[in-house]
Write a protein that binds this ligand. Structure first.
Ligand SMILES: [Zn+2]
Length: 97
């Protein structure tokens, strides 16, 4: 059976993981799906991608978190992205809770 390989930008996982920590520190931030995705997209565009080769269907343990300096970079990228999204949220009225 042919192995199916694909590329994965694990920076994406790291950004999603740190997003909750950044949101926790800002109780006024909107947590709707639109805003969360917008924040992650903006942050990822500021960060270098980290591609790894993965095999379809294989089970991987959680990717080791990046070293402290990278965490700090992700954190500040997320904080900047959050400020931008807070100023101009794209969520529709129906998304507000
Ligand atoms: Zn929102």
């Amino acid at each position: 059976m042919a192995r199916e390989l694909f590329l994965k930008n694990y920076m994406e996982d790291c950004v999603w993981e740190l997003l909750d920590q950044v949101l926790k520190r800002d109780p006024e931030a909107c947590r709707c799906d639109t805003c969360r995705h917008d924040i992650v997209a903006l942050a990822l565009n500021q960060l270098p991608p980290r591609y790894v080769v993965r095999e379809q269907g294989a089970i991987y343990s959680k990717i080791a978190m990046l070293e402290a300096q990278h965490r700090a970079d992700i954190y500040s990228a997320l904080t900047r992205a959050l400020m931008i999204v807070k100023k101009a949220p794209r969520h529709g009225q129906e998304d507000r809770s």
